[in-house]
Design a protein around this ligand. Structure first.
Ligand SMILES: NC(=O)c1ccc[n+]([C@@H]2O[C@H](COP(=O)([O-])OP(=O)(O)OC[C@H]3O[C@@H](n4cnc5c(N)ncnc54)[C@H](OP(=O)(O)O)[C@@H]3O)[C@@H](O)[C@H]2O)c1
Length: 334
């Protein structure tokens, strides 16, 4: 028997996530059955999609179960194995528990080369959030020279890559982020042409009128709510919206209404497309080659916030929903 630390969903949130939604537990793991592996978590990714999964509402992923450990995209090391596909010492990526260790049947895990990049990068700039940015920019927003591209949550895990890819495609790129330091980084390091602070500037429409005088041709939408409404009103003819997420609405008790004057979709021949990155897994190789190349040549910058210790994961997750992370948020578990 091995004793492990795990964090379970103690209560479903009503409104803002609170500390009592989580419970830290010690659990004893039984001996491995045939076909199982024991994975020790190294890094665990905290992501906005976890908030909808804490509720019972139907979404594109099933709800977390009450009293059971939450799960997260994670990088870990195989420390025991009764599965011939995995050797002790293999580094793997996939969904693991919010726990120091997870017993797993190995399905859905992928081996990675730990020498390729820092382990946390596989959860960020080389992983799911960056793939999300790449897909939305390349296949939906399709920014180009002479156009204005907008990216909300511009310095987050997804937004920071989306903005840089839009810039590399030749567009004028404008973003918004939640504090002045993030906005300064977006312009100085990530190459955004402008970025406004959506917390200190309460009227996003006024900011967009100032920074996007020619309107907006493509929107990589991470935030939703009043920022999206302001963007929608300023979309040019043939504008494209990659609807990636709506983090500003995830804690709302009632779903928010859409923007007014939706007939503009017809009048301005707009394309509004929602997408879920996991539907596009066959393109992962193409993404890795392209974005890996940009990273290697120094053309792509990335930021991450690393939290030390599994016990701090709940606080860090609540902080993500308040914008306290800067770039990809990961927890160093061991
Ligand atoms: N469709 C998909 O397949 C897919 C995949 C991955 C992610 N997503 C979505 O993409 C979006 C960004 O995800 P991410 O991983 O890059 O998260 P993230 O940026 O690392 O973290 C979330 C950020 O959102 C901003 N934010 C939080 N509350 C906000 C509010 N009320 N108004 C405006 N901004 C707020 C904060 O940054 P500021 O300080 O800048 O406000 C916060 O740091 C999320 O909506 C997520 O659900 C979708």
């Amino acid at each position: 028997m091995t004793d492990i630390l795990q964090i379970v969903l103690a209560k479903r949130p009503a409104g803002d996530v609170t500390a009592d939604c989580f419970r830290e537990e010690t659990a004893s793991l039984p001996a491995l059955a045939e076909g199982q592996i024991l994975v020790q978590s190294r890094f665990l990714s905290l992501d906005p999609y976890m908030r909808p999964r804490m509720t019972e509402l139907a979404s594109y992923t099933p709800p977390f179960e009450l009293g059971k450990p939450l799960t997260a995209g994670s990088v870990g090391e195989v420390v025991e194995t009764r599965n011939p596909r995995y050797a002790k010492g293999d580094t793997v990526i996939g969904m693991l528990n919010w726990a120091t260790h997870t017993v797993h049947d190995g399905k859905g895990l992928r081996k990675i080369d730990p020498a390729l990049a820092p382990l946390s990068a596989h959860l960020g700039v080389l992983g799911m959030p960056s793939f999300t940015a790449w897909y939305g920019i390349k296949h939906i927003c399709k920014p180009k020279a002479g156009e204005t591209a907008f990216v909300s949550a511009a310095t987050g895990a997804v937004g920071q890559v989306a903005g840089q890819l839009a810039k590399l495609a030749g567009a004028q790129v404008v973003g918004c982020a939640g504090d002045d330091e993030k906005c300064a980084w977006a312009v100085r390091e990530a190459g955004y042409d402008a970025c406004f602070n959506h917390r200190s500037e309460s009227d996003p429409g006024a900011a967009l009128d100032r920074l996007c005088p020619k309107g907006i041709d493509s929107d990589f939408e991470n935030v939703g709510g009043k920022i999206f409404h302001a963007v929608f009103a300023r979309l040019n003819n043939f504008g494209r919206v990659a609807f990636c997420g709506a983090i500003s609405e995830y804690q709302d008790k009632e779903p928010m209404a859409g923007p007014p004057k939706m007939f503009a979709i017809v009048q301005r021949r707009l394309t509004l497309q929602g997408f879920i990155v996991s539907d596009h897994a066959p393109l992962m190789g193409e993404f890795a080659a392209e974005v890996g190349g940009l990273l290697k040549s120094g053309k792509l910058k990335s930021r991450e916030t690393v939290i030390d210790g599994l016990a701090k994961a709940p606080q860090a997750f609540m902080g993500l929903l308040r914008g306290e992370n800067f770039g990809k948020l990961v927890v160093k578990v061991s």
